[in-house]
Design a protein around this ligand. Structure first.
Ligand code: R5P
Length: 287
């Protein structure tokens, strides 16, 4: 098989290649002056099982188009199969209609991947696992939970409680709590407008405890700040925050300087800007 990288997360693709003791394949990816994308495989992919690593974060639509063109080029060059490795799957938060006259954008992304001839999808901690059902090809839905658990198990966290920031994360939180042998709590929230959340109530005991919050995505940071403030109000201590995908739009990274946060753990599904890690912000690799 052959492994190629798109332009979005070459450092992760290189780490995957290293784990597999192989080299990344040569592919030329550039832009015309008009902004249109040009792809050219610089070595034969005939009869190869081609794996493309591409994380679909900002500029999300460019990264998506690049992926589609890479798949199309591989197919037309007689690859035997094409698997897309999408550590961060875009539009996953638009997986259902919350109001009339809205699209189901995650389904459109799945349809586009089918259209160009993808044979298999490998992805990580989908916002909604049911997105697997949008495909009629195999989807390997991986999780970073093992790496997150290992990281936390090596810390001496006093009186911990695993916290699910909303109903969508309950299963993951329950698993983490059982691996770490701690109690867990669930927060209920409302979303008055996009990218804003307010906590309505908390189920479970958090007073005097150290919360370990497990999230899929931190984007603008709005949700995590309201979760932290809700926990502090109930008497919780400084929290450990774990999130698979560091989308970090706008001032998302700055928001993580909140005094109620002790440590933040991300994976490298999306690369952090150089210099963003510190003794408070850590990145573990999912390579
Ligand atoms: C929503 O349900 C997700 O799990 C995240 O909590 C949310 O998308 C994070 O976005 P933001 O950081 O913009 O609040």
């Amino acid at each position: 098989f052959m492994l190629f990288s798109g332009t979005s997360n070459r450092s992760l693709a290189e780490k995957i290649a290293k784990e597999l003791r192989m080299h990344l394949g040569k592919v030329h990816i550039s832009r015309f002056q008009s902004g249109e994308i040009y792809i050219h495989y610089e070595e034969s992919v005939r009869n190869a099982d081609v794996y493309l690593v591409q994380s679909l974060f900002q500029p999300v639509n460019d990264h998506l188009m690049e992926t589609l063109f890479m798949v199309d080029a591989a197919r037309r060059a007689s690859a035997r199969s094409v698997t897309v490795v999408l550590p961060y799957f875009c539009y996953a938060r638009q997986e259902k209609k919350d109001a009339p006259r809205e699209p189901i954008s995650a389904k459109v992304v799945a349809d586009l991947l089918h259209t160009v001839g993808v044979d298999r999808v490998i992805t990580l901690d989908l916002h909604a696992p049911a997105i697997q059902g949008f495909f009629h090809i195999p989807v390997d839905h991986l999780t970073a939970l093992d790496q997150i658990t290992e990281y936390l198990a090596n810390k001496e966290i006093v009186n911990p409680v695993v916290v699910s920031p909303d109903a969508g994360r309950v299963k993951m939180a329950e698993k983490l709590a059982s691996y770490l042998d701690t109690p867990f709590a669930i927060m209920m929230k409302r979303r008055p407008v996009h990218n804003e959340a307010s906590v309505t109530h908390i189920i479970g005991e958090v007073a005097g405890r150290t919360p370990i919050i497990i999230e899929d995505i931190i984007d603008t940071g709005g949700t995590i700040v309201s979760v932290i403030e809700g926990l502090l109000e109930k008497g919780a201590k400084e929290a450990y925050v774990c999130a698979t995908h560091a989308v970090l739009s706008g001032d998302g990274l700055q928001k993580l300087n909140h005094p109620g946060i002790r440590e933040v753990l991300f994976t490298d599904s999306i690369p952090l800007q150089p210099g963003s890690t510190s003794d408070r912000i850590h990145v573990i690799s999912v390579a």
